[in-house]
Write a protein that binds this ligand. Structure first.
Ligand SMILES: C=C1C[C@]23C[C@@]1(O)CC[C@H]2[C@@]12CC[C@H](O)[C@@](C)(C(=O)O1)[C@H]2[C@@H]3C(=O)O
Ligand SMILES: O=C(O)CCC(=O)C(=O)O
Ligand SMILES: [Fe+2]
Length: 341
């Protein structure tokens, strides 16, 4: 993935109409989790951007560093070794190919399910370590960010005056919660500027389908979110904080009050980016529908569906497609076609 020819790069998605130095989003809402009055700020950030940053999260830096260094070792291994942990179907090692429907990006990754036994043996043998070492590093990190997610979801419920406050968090706490964990590595790509002067897409634009996503990255920029004014804006990296995305399911449960944020990652021409993302999802059988207390006498904007149905539909379409529109009540077939084409 290091030496690139002009022909090779031509197959990769680039950002059309981009200026080389995108503007930074210096007003990312910052939520201090140690302050009990943060709940109203979380609600505001979810309504305004569907995105915010959390500080004072209590996740031990040791868990972050340990997992990050195992990930760096893994991604630094020879490609022939890494491929033994793939292909991602959807779980496992993936390289450039995202999902099963033709999306590609300047990224390699490991995707794993947090509730089913993962084949750590494959990773451990590539790293030459005991599978227990990897399992423990992933479990420590994932348990800690799951706790952060639940704390945030409970503050959200309080901010929305919903009782009981675990309406959202209980879905992640359920032993059948269908949550996913992802390690993304974006190698630097010097050739892109040389050949095109444009930005190369690492991970194409999309919304996350689950309830909540918790992202931590190293100090390399690349993440961008789409503001409601239609502008893409770069999020300044902050390795000691977490970035939180509202997912499609939370948008539905709040009957559209919170917006699931569109985001993407641009590859960097000089530095490599490493991110770890926990996607908190409900059990497969869970009905995803607006909470009655948030309906305020209005109709649901969405048809009834289970997380299984939503996920199944997600996996049949492309990354950038608007998945939620397929479950909106008012749209006719040709509107769906126009929106997705
Ligand atoms: C192209 C795809 C990859 C994805 C499944 C999908 O068909 C559309 C949604 C994608 C996404 C985006 C957020 C998460 O990274 C992810 C794990 C998810 O749940 O939905 C990925 C899926 C994936 O990479 O398998
Ligand atoms: O790698 C990142 O920083 C974000 C990736 C992402 O949005 C995803 O994996 O869903
Ligand atoms: Fe995402």
């Amino acid at each position: 993935m290091v030496v690139l020819t002009k022909q090779a790069i031509e197959h990769f998605p680039i950002v059309k109409n981009s200026c080389k130095s995108p503007s930074f989003f210096n007003d990312v809402p910052v939520i201090d989790l140690s302050k009990p009055d943060s709940k109203n700020l979380i609600v505001k950030a979810c309504e305004e951007f569907g995105f915010f940053k959390v500080i004072n999260h209590n996740v031990p830096m040791e868990f972050i560093i340990t997992l990050e260094s195992e990930a760096i070792k893994f991604f630094s291994s020879p490609l022939s070794e890494k491929l033994k942990a793939g292909p991602a179907d959807p779980f496992g090692y993936g390289n450039k190919k995202i999902g099963q429907n033709g999306d590609i990006g300047w990224v390699e990754y490991i995707l794993l399910s947090t509730n089913s036994e993962f084949n750590y043996q494959k990773f451990a043998s590539i790293l030459g370590v005991n599978p227990e070492t990897i399992r423990a590093a992933v479990n420590d990190y994932v348990s800690a960010v799951k706790k952060v997610s639940c704390d945030i979801l409970e503050m959200l419920a309080e901010g929305l005056n919903i009782n009981p406050k675990n309406v959202f968090s209980k879905l992640l706490m359920d032993e059948k919660s269908d949550s996913v964990f992802r390690l993304n590595h974006y190698p630097p790509c010097p050739a892109i500027e040389e050949f095109t002067g444009k930005n190369l897409i690492g991970f194409g634009e999309h919304t996350d389908p689950q309830i909540i996503s918790v992202l931590r990255s190293n100090n390399t920029s690349g993440l961008q979110i789409l503001l409601t004014n239609g502008h893409w804006i770069s999020v300044p990296p902050d390795p000691s904080s977490f970035f939180i995305n509202v997912g499609d399911s939370l948008q539905v449960m709040t009957n559209g009050r919170f917006k699931s944020v569109k985001h993407r990652v641009l590859a960097n021409s000089v530095k490599s980016r490493l991110s770890m993302i926990y996607f908190g999802g409900p059990p497969l059988t869970e009905k995803i529908a607006p909470l009655p207390s948030l309906m305020e006498g209005k109709d649901s904007l969405y048809k009834e569906f289970t997380w299984f149905e939503y996920k199944k539909s997600t996996y049949t379409i492309r990354l950038a497609d608007n998945r939620l529109v397929l479950f909106e009540k008012s749209l006719r077939r040709h509107d769906v076609y126009n929106l997705n084409s």
